[in-house]
Design a protein around this ligand. Structure first.
Ligand SMILES: C[S@@+](CC[C@H](N)C(=O)[O-])C[C@H]1O[C@@H](n2cnc3c(N)ncnc32)[C@H](O)[C@@H]1O
Length: 153
């Protein structure tokens, strides 16, 4: 069983992963990929990341679910096969385009939820639009936790 970037949407990712693990037959594997951490020194990218984390947190979920995998290790009948954090290279323009799409999809909901003002949203949208033609690389640190567990009993 494999899930990528799904636990980040769940209100209780550890319990959900445990439920998934319970469905795996003896000898079977559960593989999980979740964001460990994303950060940027660029002010527009970091402002978007802060807003995105707040939006996800408002739903009861955790955008960076990778650090939550620890408790699974102690779970009965599961043995950790792999646990690594890999850096995914993401160019500034790619991050900006992706973030701009999220912003457009959210519409004004972040304002309605009190997470930012309309002016801040407008500024962020303009800044991301400018960055989408940037040739910069190395401004974003995007870390993904990859873990797998084998069911031994
Ligand atoms: C960031 S996307 C990842 C999609 C795909 N796994 C990938 O890595 O490209 C998050 C996925 O989680 C799904 N999702 C969100 N909440 C969910 C829920 N409560 N139950 C099942 N799936 C959910 C969404 O429909 C979406 O397909």
């Amino acid at each position: 069983m494999y899930a990528r970037l799904v636990l980040a949407h769940m209100p209780d990712p550890v319990a959900t992963a445990q439920l998934w693990a319970d469905q795996v037959s003896t000898g079977g594997l559960l593989g999980l990929d979740e964001i460990e951490r994303v950060e940027s020194a660029n002010s527009a990218l970091s402002a978007h990341l802060e807003l995105a984390m707040a939006r996800v947190a408002a739903t009861g979920a955790t955008m960076c679910a990778g650090p939550l995998f620890g408790p699974l290790q102690a779970s009965a009948g599961l043995s950790r096969r792999l646990d690594q954090v890999v850096e995914v290279p993401v160019a500034t323009a790619v991050a900006a385009k992706m973030f701009a799409m999220s912003l457009a999809a959210w519409g004004d909901s972040a304002v309605g939820d009190g997470l930012c003002t309309r002016a801040e949203l407008g500024y962020l949208s303009g800044a991301l639009s400018q960055l989408s033609s940037s040739s910069a690389k190395g401004e974003v640190t995007w870390l993904l936790r990859q873990a797998s567990f084998v069911r031994c009993a």
